[in-house]
Design a protein around this ligand. Structure first.
Ligand code: MRU
Length: 391
């Protein structure tokens, strides 16, 4: 069974398009798909993190509007009115979560497509809507292909540029492990994943000894989602709490070929916003001489953001830090109803930024679908001109 965060069926003779998302708040205990019928449903699912991960958020937002248009738009409007309506609905969806650039990037590209369609004198509103839906559907397909290319590029780089990779190439007994944070896999994308895609590719090439998944407090994407994917795919994996990362690097030494993380926004200089805790891993990796890599599609590089200082970091509710929620385990097996348990003193102040920024100088490479970008020798920053040349 393939793990699927997003289930989309295009319109056909059998009926209009439909969209369902896997409710990730219920993973790993239950597999429940939730129908998304309109932009309000999509907005809520993204905000509440029923669907999360930078690429998945963008794709769900785009498809949400495709589904809504397919069932509500009657075609009586002019092409210009259809374009205005689509842009206004996209702008609403864009406000659901601020840090991941993929959503803003998708909104920008889709807005441009409908603006171009509406400016052609031959088009009516139905043609504008049709162009929109086709573009949204392409995003779903393209993301899987991009992730597989990221996986292949990252695995090759690891084998050619890390101590463990180079030894492993000639000695199958050499251990080669990867440490990762958050969830960057099938559940965070249209399929396969970015950082987790590299882990999948190494595993498929029989080059991976073990993946270390960091729990990723406070929302536990590592223990709930990444561990779930790794177990599902039979990839040898060990779950650690975030505070154990330094100890595992000290214990494993060069057997850990790299820390590989995803990204929500990469600034023009390479500073990278990703799940809170990523920055600490980068500092630890530098101290232990472990390579630190970011895996992300080119859409995550935000050419309008000069450096990490300009990235808006989402702050979330304090209860995500002070409480844990999950079903009680029934002694005879299985799970009971979800319950919330407090793990903090009532009344304490909480700071809960969902992301942090890792400075470019701590990053060894950025793995994209068109290749791995490295800094020029002696430079503290990245230059992405080469990967955008073909766009
Ligand atoms: O808050 P989340 O779960 O949406 O955060 C997700 C991450 O930080 C991922 O690493 C990032 O979006 C890349 S997913 C391919």
């Amino acid at each position: 069974m393939v793990l699927q965060a997003i289930k989309y069926t295009p319109a056909s003779g059998d009926g209009p398009a439909s969209l369902e998302i896997l409710d990730q708040l219920q993973i790993p205990h239950r597999t429940v798909y939730e129908p998304i019928k309109n932009c309000e449903d999509g907005f809520k699912a993204i905000k509440q993190m029923k669907v999360r991960g930078a690429p998945a958020i963008a794709i769900v937002a785009a498809l949400t509007l495709a589904v809504e248009l397919g069932t509500t738009y009657d075609g009586a409007q002019s092409a210009a009115e259809a374009k205005d309506h689509i842009i206004q609905r996209l702008e609403y969806l864009k406000t659901s979560r601020p840090t991941a650039v993929n959503l803003g990037d998708a909104v920008g590209k889709l807005s441009k497509i409908v603006t171009t369609a509406a400016s052609s004198s031959a088009t009516d509103s139905q043609a504008v809507v049709k162009e929109y839906i086709a573009a949204a559907e392409r995003m779903l397909v393209d993301d899987v292909a991009d992730n597989k290319a990221i996986g292949a590029n990252g695995a090759k780089w690891i084998m050619e540029n890390t101590e463990a990779g180079k030894s492993r190439a000639s000695n199958a007994a050499q251990e080669l492990s990867i440490l990762t944070i958050c969830n960057t896999g099938s559940l965070a994308t249209a399929g396969y994943g970015t950082a987790l895609g590299v882990i999948r590719s190494l595993h498929n090439a029989q080059c991976l000894t073990r993946a270390y998944a960091s729990e990723t407090r406070p929302y536990n994407q590592g223990s709930r989602l990444t561990a779930y994917e790794l177990v599902h795919d039979n990839i040898p994996a060990t779950l650690i709490t975030d505070s154990m990362a330094g100890s595992i690097m000290a214990r494993e030494g060069s057997n850990i070929a790299a820390v590989i993380v995803g990204a929500d926004r990469v600034a023009t200089n390479g500073d990278t916003a990703n799940k809170i805790g990523t920055y600490s891993l980068a500092v630890l990796a530098r101290h232990h001489g472990v390579k630190f890599l970011v895996a992300a599609p080119r859409t995550t590089v935000d050419r309008a953001t000069a450096s990490g200082e300009d990235i808006v970091i989402e702050e979330r509710a304090g209860h995500e830090v002070t409480q844990v929620r999950g079903p009680q385990v029934i002694p005879e097996g299985g799970f009971g109803e979800p319950a919330t348990v407090s793990t903090a003193a009532i009344g304490v102040d909480v700071w809960n930024p969902a992301f942090d920024v890792t400075p470019a100088n701590l990053i060894d490479g950025i793995i994209t679908e068109v290749g791995v970008v490295e800094k020029a020798s002696g430079s503290l920053n990245f230059n992405f001109d080469s990967i955008f040349a073909s766009m």
